[in-house]
Design a protein around this ligand. Structure first.
Ligand SMILES: [Zn+2]
Length: 283
C-alpha cells in the first residue's frame, strides 16, 4: 500500500497483519482533516470496536498538520518538528485506542482545498476501495473550519468514484468545529461517546502539542459530550453519559442524491422553521 505523498505514514499498531489486510478488516472508519479530529469525532466508533471480534476501527488523517499554533513547550519548534510530533501523537492514539490501522496522508491543506485534487482524491479512493466499513465518520457540512469542509468534499468525491456496491454502508458527519445540537431532533444521529471515559480522555490528552498551550480540547470534547447527553431531552433522565451528534450523510453519497449544499440547506431551513414555529406559537 502506497500513497502519493512521500511523507505518508501507514501504521498498524498491533504490528500485524500487513497494512492491506488491516485496512480490509476495518468495520468503523473515520477520516479527519487533522491529528486529533478522529478522537473528537469518533469515540463512539472506537468504543464500538474495543474487544469485539469481527470489528476493527481505522483512522485516516488527511493533512500534515503544518501551520498549527504552537505555544509553551512547542513554541520554538520548526514546522518539520511540529509535523513529527503530531504524527507521533496520532500513532500513540492509535495504539491506545487499539485501532487496526492508522493512515496519515500528509497532504498540505492547500492541496486538500482544491476541488477534485487528483492526489488527495486518489489516495482516499484507494482507502475506501480497500475496505467496506459499516460506518464511515466524516466531518459535518455545517462545520466552520474550512479545511474540514474541504476534506469532507474530497471524501465524497472519492466515495462517488467507486461503484455503488463498494461504497460505505452508512456515512455520518460529526461535530468538531461547531456543535450539532441545533439539528432538528428527528434528524439527529446520537453517537454514544460516553463509554470508556478513561480511555476517551486519554485519547484526547495524548495530543499534548495541541492541548498543553492552553486549548483544552480534551476537557472541551468531554464536556460537550456530557452536555449533549443532558440537554437532549428536557423530561427524560440521561440514559447515556455522553453523546456526539452527527448528520446522516448517506443520501449525499448515492448516485442521483442531493448535492452537499442542497442537502445542508434543507437541514438549516428546517431548523429555522422550527425556531420560527415555536416563537409564533407562544407570542
Ligand atoms: Zn481539525
Amino acid at each position: 500500500m502506497q500513497f502519493t505523498d512521500p511523507g505518508a505514514d501507514i501504521f498498524v499498531p498491533a504490528g500485524a497483519p500487513a497494512a492491506e489486510e488491516a485496512l480490509k478488516s476495518v468495520s468503523h472508519l473515520c477520516v479527519g482533516a487533522h491529528q486529533d479530529d478522529i478522537e473528537i469525532m469518533a469515540q463512539s466508533g472506537i468504543s464500538d470496536c474495543l474487544g469485539i471480534p469481527g470489528r476493527a476501527f481505522g483512522g485516516v488523517v488527511v493533512t500534515n498538520g503544518a501551520g498549527s499554533p504552537r505555544t509553551g513547550n512547542y513554541a520554538h519548534y520548526s514546522d518539520q518538528q511540529m509535523l513529527d510530533v503530531r504524527r507521533e501523537e496520532q500513532r500513540e492514539a492509535a495504539r491506545l485506542g487499539r485501532y487496526a490501522i492508522q493512515i496519515q496522508l500528509n497532504h498540505p491543506s492547500s492541496k486538500v482545498k482544491q476541488p477534485r485534487h487528483s492526489e488527495v482524491v486518489g489516495d482516499l479512493t484507494a482507502i475506501f476501495a480497500g475496505c467496506r466499513p459499516e460506518i464511515l465518520y466524516l466531518h459535518n457540512p455545517a462545520d466552520k473550519h474550512d479545511t474540514h469542509i474541504a476534506v469532507l468534499y474530497r471524501c465524497l468525491e472519492a466515495i462517488k468514484a467507486l461503484p455503488p456496491s463498494q461504497r460505505p454502508r452508512r456515512v455520518l458527519g460529526c461535530e468538531v468545529w461547531r456543535d450539532l445540537d441545533w439539528l432538528p431532533d428527528n434528524e439527529k444521529v446520537a453517537l454514544d461517546s460516553g463509554r470508556d471515559p478513561g480511555l476517551a480522555l486519554k485519547l484526547l490528552a495524548v495530543f499534548d502539542s495541541q492541548v498543553s498551550g492552553g486549548k483544552r480540547y480534551d476537557l472541551a470534547a468531554m464536556g460537550r459530550r456530557a452536555a449533549n447527553a443532558t440537554f437532549h431531552t428536557s423530561h427524560a433522565t440521561d440514559n447515556v453519559a455522553g453523546i456526539t451528534w452527527a448528520i446522516d450523510l448517506t443520501p449525499v453519497t448515492r448516485d442521483g442524491g442531493p448535492s452537499l449544499a442542497e442537502f445542508t440547506a434543507g437541514i438549516v431551513g428546517r431548523f429555522a422553521a422550527d425556531v420560527a414555529a415555536r416563537l409564533k406559537a407562544w407570542a
